[in-house]
Design a protein around this ligand. Structure first.
Ligand SMILES: Cc1cc2nc3c(=O)[nH]c(=O)nc-3n(C[C@H](O)[C@H](O)[C@H](O)COP(=O)(O)OP(=O)(O)OC[C@H]3O[C@@H](n4cnc5c(N)ncnc54)[C@H](O)[C@@H]3O)c2cc1C
Length: 359
């Protein structure tokens, strides 16, 4: 159902859908269309909202929906929620190690995300990150790893994990999601895409070419991440180092438990080797890591992970996009910038717009 009404009017009603077990809600909500100050439009949603992507943006959006009792479901292709806030559990001689191979730490600059961080700190979900003594913003990490954040945010949300959405189609005013395994979800009132822009663009191509074009205009750099464990691990005199020497690596840090090293290749190096096989690249990555750890001993573990869409290079510049006639929204870090906070802000802003009940 689509509706544009004069700002200031609000209606809310309930009706029965095809299934008696489902109560469809009708919301007439007023939002800025990307610019709170200038363009007020009404969002009217009739039916369940599906959020595609359980990264921090999709989860922040879903948390807003669930808090307002809006019927919603999240679908993600990964095994666990969190997206690029990811932790790999590796079994080494010393036992299980938790190694963050995506985002390394995050900062909170805006009031909303600062409040969120205060809550997460109080709940023991995050802790301050003190590996470097540089001044500036306080840095945080998940406890015991970054994936704890996605796990905590997903609590109480209906999520389908391990399902890659391959098609979006609209029939008789409602949305259908098709999954890679041939199954799908029907009868959805609205869709939120909280996935990287290249992946969003390919889903939107036929149903929303305008939004697809906007998504394609945004750029994300890839990143090859390498995890290495050595015995002894090496004592280079730093726990984390940002590197700008024109070589393969842009970042190297010791895992919080001290057992392994995580390194991120630069965007240039990652692009050059984007389609290479992880096994072939492993010796190159190991050698690059060893140049920073001259006293590292025997290699105990090497593993590489390719982040095809890692860091935003060109952002869309607005917190989210919403197409009223299609009942289709886009959010994610790529709307605002290459930071965890940007992803949270984008998802939170779209969720807030979807549940706002007064102008
Ligand atoms: C190597 C690396 C280092 C980083 N370092 C930092 C840092 O130090 N500090 C910082 O603040 N930020 C850092 N970032 C960026 C930060 O991780 C991201 O900005 C943020 O996590 C993005 O969240 P998101 O929800 O927008 O997207 P994502 O986390 O990418 O979530 C998108 C989700 O969509 C799912 N998905 C995609 N396509 C489909 C589909 N077709 N069907 C179903 N599900 C789908 C994916 O599985 C994923 O879970 C780093 C990122 C990387 C990769």
């Amino acid at each position: 159902m689509v509706g544009l009404q004069a700002p200031g009017t609000f209606t809310r009603s309930r009706c029965r859908g095809a299934s008696l077990s489902v109560i469809f809600r009708q919301f007439v909500l007023f939002i800025d269309r990307h610019d709170p100050a200038t363009r007020q439009a009404a969002i009217m949603i009739d039916g369940k909202i599906a959020v595609i992507g359980a990264g921090i943006a999709g989860l922040a959006c879903a948390r807003r929906l669930i808090a307002a009792d809006v019927h919603s479901i999240v679908v993600d292709k990964g095994r666990a929620p969190g997206g690029r806030l990811a932790t790999r559990v590796v079994t080494l001689d010393l036992g299980e190690c938790h190694i963050d191979h995506g985002a390394q730490y995050f900062t909170a600059r805006e009031a909303g995300f600062k409040r969120q961080c205060v809550n997460w700190l109080a709940e023991g979900i995050i802790e301050p990150w003190t590996a470097t003594s540089q001044g500036g913003d306080m840095r945080y990490v998940g406890r015991p790893g970054m994936s704890a954040i996605g796990k905590a945010m997903a609590s109480g949300i209906e999520i389908i994990q391990g399902s890659r959405v391959t098609t979006l189609s609209r029939r008789a005013g409602s949305w259908h999601l098709g999954f890679a395994d041939g199954s799908g979800l029907d009868g959805l009132g609205a869709i939120v895409l909280a996935i990287p822009p290249a992946q969003a663009a390919s889903l939107l191509e036929t149903v929303a070419p305008g939004l697809a074009e906007e998504a394609r205009s945004v750029g994300l750099a890839p990143c090859w991440a390498g995890i290495c464990a050595f015995d002894p691990p090496g004592e280079p005199g730093f726990k984390a180092l940002r590197i700008a020497d024109g070589g393969a690596l842009g970042w190297i840090a010791r895992s919080r438990d001290g057992t392994a090293w995580i390194a991120h290749a630069t965007p240039d190096w990652s692009r050059r080797h984007l389609e290479s096989d992880a096994k072939e690249l492993a010796p190159l990555m190991e050698a690059a890591i060893r140049t920073w750890l001259p006293e590292a001993g025997e290699t105990r573990f090497v593993s590489l992970h390719r982040w095809r869409y890692a860091l935003v290079e060109r952002a869309a510049g607005t917190p989210f996009a919403w197409d009223e006639s299609l009942q289709l929204g886009l959010c994610g870090d790529w709307r605002l910038g290459a930071r965890v906070e940007c992803a949270w802000e984008s998802g939170d802003a779209l969720g807030h717009a979807l549940v706002r009940t007064s102008p």
